[in-house]
Design a protein around this ligand. Structure first.
Ligand code: G3H
Length: 192
């Protein structure tokens, strides 16, 4: 059966500091995940050759760097743009933009960061990627939590209210497989 793999980037320096967005490199933990990823992927896929799609941000490129496959970068796979909130912690966002913080919690899917994007915007920019995924085999996507929430929700038919809260854990490869009954998800986590 047809399947695709996806993973978030390994833990980044910004993740460690609790900062939104940015274009930081991997933390030492994240780098460990990158080094372990080829073994995990070959355990899941055997000898199948993959093509790896990353975003254009350092943390996904570094995460994919040891995978022995062809890689393609897509801007459409970049993380949700947090606009003015980029580089802040959630508590700084709450302090600096209290009304924005409340509005986002009221409707996280529709909320558009000032100067940035909403989850709906991300869904729209992912349309060509999803169209392509529908026709492809043996793809691994290395991207970001908000983006992977949108892709996962599309294939598992999760509604837009729940979409922004889907948990996509770090240091985990998810495998989506199409069966006669629809799409199934399996998770393979590394303890790092
Ligand atoms: O690091 C940001 C996550 O990818 C998305 O965070 O739950 O605030 O949309 P969020």
């Amino acid at each position: 059966p047809r399947s695709i793999l996806f993973s978030r980037h390994g833990e980044s320096l910004y993740n460690q500091l609790g900062l939104l967005g940015g274009d930081s490199s991997l933390s030492p933990n994240g780098a460990k995940y990158a080094r372990a990823l080829p073994f995990l992927v070959s355990k899941i896929m055997g000898d199948h050759k993959l093509t790896v799609w990353t975003s254009t941000l350092n943390r996904t490129i570094e995460t994919a760097s040891y995978l022995p496959y062809k890689k393609i970068q897509f801007k459409a796979l970049d993380e949700i743009n947090a606009g003015l909130c980029d580089g802040l912690t959630y508590s700084q966002v709450k302090q600096k933009f209290p009304e924005e913080y409340v509005t986002r919690n009221q409707n996280k899917f529709e909320y558009r960061y000032r100067g940035g994007e909403s989850y709906r915007d991300v869904v729209l920019r992912l349309e060509p990627i999803i169209m392509e995924l529908e026709r492809q085999q043996n793809i691994m996507i290395v991207s970001h939590q908000a983006v992977l929430r949108c892709i996962y929700a599309y294939f598992l038919e999760i509604n837009s209210e729940e979409l922004p809260y889907i948990k996509i854990p770090l240091h985990t490869v998810m495998k989506l497989t199409w069966t006669a009954y629809g799409c199934e998800a399996q998770m393979y986590s590394l303890d790092i």
